[in-house]
Design a protein around this ligand. Structure first.
Ligand SMILES: O=C(CO)COP(=O)(O)O
Ligand SMILES: O=C[C@H](O)COP(=O)(O)O
Ligand SMILES: [Zn+2]
Ligand SMILES: [Zn+2]
Length: 361
């Protein structure tokens, strides 16, 4: 652990621009990483922020396209990504309003955006530009483009186009090359050929070389066997040691003395072993995404409460303490939703500890 307050140069609340790069540089130098937790409601946001505050950890909150639509409300039409745009913007404003109260730096990010979802991305960038006009910084800290299903040339070309627009506001870009298995935003990659789950060092260098001409503020989600979700151990193996090879290859090409020039992102963090996580971090992973395990944690808290208090939850009035006893204090969402938040917060703390992110600010 670094001395308390090592990241005190960062303000509490949502950080953008150079501050995001400084955070990732500091993490890469000091061999730790920051978990990125998918948030789908204000309750999930609060549970994650509470955990980060309690153990003095910087934190990344991210919305997926589906998670953003949920934030806006599943009752809204989303045919043209309107709910995903409105929900992402609403989540961002909520997080911006509340994050300073928790006293830790927060990176506000959007998750996978495949080619067919670019209208969602455009909507978020419009919101960034409007916010930038008024406040001199973007609404979000960073966004992810995931063109990993397209050809490498098209992937890089679309990234360059968007990154030029983002760089004007100092927005960080996370891009993906090599496919994450499992499922994301309804894109089913469960049957994808194993070889495409492991990104090649030459491909990473091509990305680095194109994007570094625009701005240093980008990271690469390289496939090293990553899979979204938690499954029985199968035939795909996580190989975080490959990331060291990527660093070496790019370092050799640019030969400027920088041994670890890449900022790398670990997708599919749920279900990974402590050892896999540590190896990834030692090879320059600065961000690890965790969704499935935090979903499970939240559910576990609610489920255990409901099962334990079942006899207080079957009728509005009447429980083991008396036929006339009201059950309001058990079915109030502030009681049972809170139980989900508590277990979620513990899982977030575990992710921070696994990544060496505890006590950093
Ligand atoms: O990579 C993720 C989000 O982009 C999260 O993956 P898991 O759900 O496997 O943790
Ligand atoms: O892409 C993976 C994340 O876990 C987001 O999942 P989601 O698309 O179901 O919200
Ligand atoms: Zn992907
Ligand atoms: Zn992912």
């Amino acid at each position: 652990m670094s001395p308390n307050g090592a990241l005190s140069f960062l303000p509490p609340g949502v950080i953008t621009g150079d501050n995001v790069r400084k955070l990732f540089e500091y993490a890469r130098e000091n061999k730790f990483a920051i978990p990125a937790i998918n948030v789908t409601s204000s309750s999930v946001v609060n549970g994650v922020l509470e955990a980060a505050r309690d153990i003095k950890s910087p934190i990344i909150l991210q919305v997926s396209q589906g998670g953003a639509a949920f934030f806006a409300g599943k009752g809204l039409a989303n045919g043209n990504q309107e709910a995903s745009i409105a929900g992402a913007v609403a989540a961002a404003h909520f997080i911006r309003a509340i994050a300073p109260s928790y006293g830790v730096p927060v990176v506000l990010h959007s998750d996978h955006c495949a080619k067919k979802l670019l209208p969602w991305y455009d909507g978020m960038l419009d919101a960034d530009e409007a916010y930038f006009k008024e406040h001199g910084e973007p609404l979000f800290s960073s966004h992810m483009l995931d063109l990993s299903e397209e050809s490498k040339a098209e992937n890089i070309e679309i990234c360059e186009k968007y990154f030029a627009r983002m760089a004007k506001m100092g927005i960080w870009l996370e891009m993906e090359i090599g496919i994450t298995g499992g499922e994301e935003d309804g894109v089913d990659n469960t049957g994808v050929d194993n070889a495409s789950l492991y990104t090649q060092p030459e491909d990473i260098y091509d990305v680095y070389s194109a994007l570094s001409k625009i701005s240093p503020n980008f990271s690469i989600a390289a496939g090293f066997g990553n899979v979204h979700g938690v499954y029985k151990p199968g035939n795909v193996k996580l190989r975080p040691e490959l990331l060291g090879m990527h660093q070496e290859y790019t370092a050799k090409q640019i030969s400027n003395g920088d041994a670890k020039p890449l900022f790398l992102v670990f997708h599919g963090g749920s279900g990974s072993t402590k050892e896999e996580i540590a190896t990834a971090v030692s090879n320059g992973v600065v961000k690890m995404n965790v969704d499935t395990d935090t979903q499970w944690a939240y559910l576990s808290g609610v489920r255990d409460f409901v099962l334990k208090k079942k006899d207080y939850l079957l009728t509005q009035v009447g429980n083991p303490d008396g036929a006339d006893k009201p059950n309001k204090k058990y079915y109030d969402p502030r009681v049972w939703v809170r139980e989900g938040e508590k277990v979620l917060a513990e899982r977030v703390k575990e992710a921070c500890k696994d990544l060496g992110n505890e006590g950093r600010c």
